[in-house]
Design a protein around this ligand. Structure first.
Ligand code: PEP
Ligand code: MG
Length: 584
């Protein structure tokens, strides 16, 4: 039994079996094969070693021609290593006696050699460690090129364990087969995590070393509520988790039954609860759990689930489906927010040095006008079927906002000329997710019909903490007083022009932060559908006036931990029971 801890990103408790997913950097997973498969694995290893030797002979000959025999000698050393019995024998021994898969045996054996060389102290050996790494990669390249594990090999329900997953990999998961996933890397607000919540797949990320510790087909428990992963659980742990699973199911049933209860604070202030979605299918779930519409539709997932750019019709069909399902309630369609950790194939080929500060979101759209206009045409066409709002992401300058709005108006003219119906008064608002936008919110309020605060990016840019990096996950918190002051500035800016403000970042679903948002005057919260019942439960047990008092004081505190401790203490005193898990 082994207990590992990480970051809980998508709730749920799952007991299952491990499916190890190798990544493209040739990080090898600890895979074993049945005894009967050993001969086949030995043949694969032998062939990969031979193919690597042939490659190196060709490289050596070319080097001799181009650089002379002296320089080419290094490749003789490489070839010698791959022919050396003291390297080859342990590889075959591991395959035959320990039943390791060929990749696993090669990786372990090269690892032993590298450690031995590194510990020799003599630079003649220590400098060879990089050569060994190169050789390992070459041999693995032959093995994994021929047998690179992909999700297509997953044929039965299992829990995917990987070093990391991209948002598009997660978006492509077959929900019938992927019961949960666990990754070595990642953060709570990474888009992979967001997709997991959207698809209702329990997940824990940032579990350091899990892809090395887990073994194929091993029994595993994934606790997406507490961020715990248990490999080879004991019978007692299994019983305990089965018990908790049953309690969780009961809780969900109760919450569904309460979906129609009003979302009003104890002193009568209505707080509108909306859902964040990535796929049109999610609208039904948002409404089922009591959401009053969609406060953020992340349309870029249309791109991320396809290997080519969606056509205008594909855009239109998706938006129309959403409009029809929300039946006149709120629907905020955000224009594509590609870039940073959300890539199209085309952009993967042109990597940026610092993509979170790069040509992402609205910047990308403004520099790819045909693509942007195609989406806007589709959104406007869908607006003929029911009310919707357009929201632009990552707005940093007033010019950007004006330019984006001018493009919408151009597209409106085109549609009018073609006689295609649309809503000419469609409201156009913006995300406030860059500190610059929050600081000069009053300037933006002249041109924006509404604001939606995106704490995922706002926190990342304010605190200089990469939202996808597990190593700095502890520093990522919306409870930092600087973030609270930016929310306050946004509210003030909005008030100067009487425009509405919502918060659609993941932190809106964190109960202590939600108390502060309500206290700072935010009256619309947009959260993942799973969180709607929980946030409603909070709303129904707090007083907006008390929240305002708490927020006023929190603004003057020094650190995130001071703010958290203060909010929890005050809420516990003034509104006992608010932070209970509600699991029973
Ligand atoms: C945000 O940044 O808070 C947000 C809601 O947008 P996304 O998570 O898609 O970047
Ligand atoms: Mg964002």
């Amino acid at each position: 039994m082994e207990v590992l801890r990480g970051i809980a990103v998508s709730p749920g408790l799952v007991i299952g079996r491990v499916f190890l997913l190798e990544d493209e950097d040739r990080r090898v997973v600890r895979r074993f094969t049945p005894a009967a498969g050993s001969a086949e694995e030995s043949d694969r290893a032998r062939a990969a070693l031979q193919a690597s030797i042939s490659d190196l002979q060709a490289v050596k000959e070319r080097a001799e021609r181009e650089m002379g025999t002296e320089a080419a000698k290094i490749f003789l050393f490489h070839i010698g290593v791959l022919q050396d019995k003291s390297l080859r024998d342990p590889i075959f021994k591991r395959i035959e006696t320990e039943h390791m898969a060929a990749e696993h045996a090669v990786d372990e054996t090269f690892g032993d050699w590298a450690r031995r060389f590194a510990s020799m102290g003599d630079s003649a050996f220590t400098t060879k460690v990089n050569d060994l790494e190169d050789l390992r990669n070459r041999v693995l390249g032959h093995l994994m090129g021929e047998h690179n594990r992909t999700l297509d090999e997953l044929k039965h329900p299992a829990i995917v364990v990987a070093d990391d997953l991209t948002p598009s990999q997660a978006a492509g998961f077959n929900r019938e087969l992927v019961q949960a996933f666990v990754t070595d890397r990642g953060g709570r607000t990474s888009h992979t995590a967001i997709v997991a919540r959207a698809l209702n797949i329990p997940a824990v990320v940032g579990v350091r070393g899990v892809d090395k510790a887990a073994q194929e087909d091993q029994a595993i428990i994934v606790d997406g509520l507490e961020g715990v992963v248990i490999l080879d659980p004991t019978d007692e742990q299994l019983d305990r988790y089965r018990d908790r699973q049953a309690r969780l199911e009961r809780r969900q049933t109760v919450w569904k039954e309460r979906a129609s209860e009003p979302s009003v604070t104890t002193d009568g202030v209505p707080i509108r609860l909306l859902g964040n979605i990535e796929f049109p299918d999610e609208v039904a779930h948002v409404l089922e759990v009591g959401g009053h519409g969609v406060g953020l539709y992340r349309t870029e997932f249309l791109y991320l689930t396809s290997d080519r750019e969606p056509s205008e019709e594909e855009h239109y069909n998706a938006y129309r489906r959403c409009v029809e399902q929300v039946r006149g309630m709120e629907l905020v369609v955000r224009t594509v927010d590609l870039g940073a950790d959300k890539y199209t194939q085309h952009r993967v080929e042109l990597p940026e040095r610092n993509p979170f500060l790069g040509n992402r979101s609205i910047r990308y759209c403004l520099s790819n006008l045909p693509m942007f206009k195609r989406q806007l045409r589709a959104i406007l066409r869908a607006s003929a079927h029911g009310p919707l709002k357009i929201m632009f992401p990552l707005i940093t300058t007033v010019q950007e906002l004006r330019q984006a709005k001018a493009i919408v108006r151009d597209v409106m003219e085109d549609l009018a000329e073609e006689g295609i119906p649309f809503d000419r008064n469609v409201p156009m608002g913006m995300m406030v997710e860059v500190p610059a936008a929050a600081v000069i919110a009053s300037s933006f309020a002249r041109d924006a019909a509404f604001f939606s605060i995106g704490t995922n990016d706002l926190v990342q840019y304010t605190l200089a903490v990469d939202r996808t990096n597990e190593r700095v996950a502890d520093l990522f918190t919306a409870m930092h007083p600087a973030v609270l002051r930016l929310v306050r500035d946004t509210m003030r800016g909005a008030k100067s022009r009487q425009i509405p403000v919502s918060c659609c970042g993941e932190s809106a679903a964190e109960l202590d932060f939600a108390v502060l948002l309500i206290g700072l005057g935010v009256r619309t919260l947009s959260v993942g559908s799973f969180s709607i019942p929980q946030v409603k439960r909070l709303v129904r047990s707090v007083s907006a006036e008390e929240c305002a008092r708490i927020a006023r004081r929190a603004l003057s505190l020094e650190s995130p931990s001071d703010v958290s401790a203060y909010v929890r203490e005050r809420v516990r005193k003034a509104m006992p029971g608010v932070f209970d898990s509600g699991e029973d």
